[in-house]
Design a binder for this molecule. Structure first.
Ligand code: FMN
Length: 396
């Protein structure tokens, strides 16, 4: 994607350098435009060095703009697939909400037809001021994306709303704003389970598995980027992706409860979680002391989440399951597809720890027509996009 990154005059401008680096590292072309106030907080040289692209200056009197005096702002406006302003001052929000074009950045913002994203950062009093809130509402009404500031201790020493959102969250929002929507998924609700479940033996010990949840979290991002409203029921410790409604759960029973309340309102379900099949018969309220000699742990079955939700599947709903198999992959997948009445099973080979964590992975979809061409090997983010594209093509 070709991204114009506008940087305005706030203390958080230094974080734009990290964002520019991250976006460039992810393969985007990034051209920065610094406002005059922004250039007091961070230098054009830093941004040009990190992006490998020119950094544009504030106004026509500056050297960078003088080099191409006639149409720089229009060229940049046309060049961009997306314009992001990070951090966005109260001043630039006010100018753009009211159609003012007094310098290069505000002119590009007015001229561009690309999606626009704002990550405001300012003192809490400024952020909560009705004028700023009205400007933000107006920008939203233009279809612009706002990455809301978070609560925290601000550079001015105050504590409250106005802190620039995390750089990683802004990068995700940029990815989302610039991603093409897939019509069969746009506006649809997709429920996704991800991560391991944890079955406690006592307050300190737990039974779990080697799943991290990385594949399910990437699928949540990929469905979100395709335009779906994603509800993620997440076990484990991975951070929740931006723009995804995430509910954190611990045990298989918690995961089932979180899914059962959401499933009736969903169009589809992706069961990517590694749900424990067994739990201790009882969880001790106090830490269990070690005894002498062999000890026995009695395990009982946990609820089968996919089978339970599948039993209440209504017309039009679809379910994608995952199978982590270490042998006879396709035979097991075909059996799972039929037994749980799934629309497809994506088969993972987990022999030798393959498929866990951040390793490239391969998934083989199995449908009622049998095994389909394998997707991958690919890094999990790309694999998730391949799964979504494959499924959207079948839905379409
Ligand atoms: C030290 C300092 C920090 C500032 N921090 C912010 C800020 O975080 N957010 C904001 O909206 N304005 C902040 N301002 C005010 C803006 O720099 C000022 O409104 C300026 O005109 C913004 O211009 P620009 O939007 O063209 O970059 C700060 C000013 C100073 C001197």
């Amino acid at each position: 994607m070709r991204i114009i990154l506008g940087i305005t005059g706030g203390v958080a401008a230094y974080k734009a350098a990290e964002l520019a680096r991250l976006l460039a590292k992810r393969g985007h072309r990034v051209r920065c435009i610094l406002t005059e106030a922004g250039s007091r907080f961070i230098t054009p040289l830093t941004l040009a060095s990190l992006t490998g692209e020119p950094c544009y200056g504030a106004n026509p009197d500056q050297e960078e703009w003088r080099a191409n005096p006639s149409i720089e702002h229009i060229e940049l406006a046309r060049w961009a697939d997306l314009v992001a302003v990070v951090p966005a001052t109260a001043n630039i929000l006010g100018k753009s909400a009211n159609g003012l074009a007094t310098d290069l950045l505000s002119t590009v913002l007015l001229a561009t037809r690309a999606p626009v994203l704002w990550a405001p950062a300012m003192n809490t009093g400024m952020w909560e001021h009705p004028a700023v809130q009205a400007n933000v509402a107006r920008l939203r009404s233009f279809g612009h994306t706002i990455v809301d500031p978070s609560d925290g201790v601000l550079a001015c020493g105050e504590e409250g709303a106005g802190k620039l959102a995390e750089v990683e969250a802004i990068a995700e929002a940029i990815q989302l704003a610039g991603s093409p929507r897939l019509p069969v998924l746009a506006g649809r609700t997709v429920l996704i389970t991800a991560g391991p479940t944890r079955e406690d033996l006592d307050p300190v010990r737990t039974l779990t598995n080697r799943s991290t949840g990385a594949m399910g979290v990437e699928l949540a991002r990929a469905f979100r980027d395709a335009g779906a409203r994603v509800q993620l029921v997440l076990g484990g410790d991975l951070p929740a992706p931006w723009g995804v409604e995430t509910v954190r759960v611990r045990s298989a029973q918690d995961m089932l409860a979180a899914c059962e309340s959401r499933w009736p309102g969903a169009d589809g379900l992706v069961g990517a979680a590694a749900v424990a099949d067994q739990r201790p018969e009882r969880a001790a309220p106090e830490k269990v002391k070690k005894g002498e000699g062999p000890e026995t742990l009695v395990l009982v079955r946990t609820p089968d989440i996919l089978a339970t939700l599948s039993a209440s599947k209504r017309a039009g709903q679809w379910i994608l399951g995952f199978a982590a198999e270490s042998e006879q992959h396709l035979t097991h997948a075909v059996a799972k597809l039929a037994k749980k009445r799934l629309d497809a099973v994506l088969v993972n080979d987990v022999q030798d720890g393959r498929a866990f964590g951040n390793q490239p992975n391969t998934l083989t979809p199995v449908t009622s027509e049998g095994p389909q061409p394998a997707l991958g090997p690919l890094p999990k983010d790309e694999l998730a996009r391949a799964v979504v594209a494959w499924w959207a093509a079948r839905l379409g």
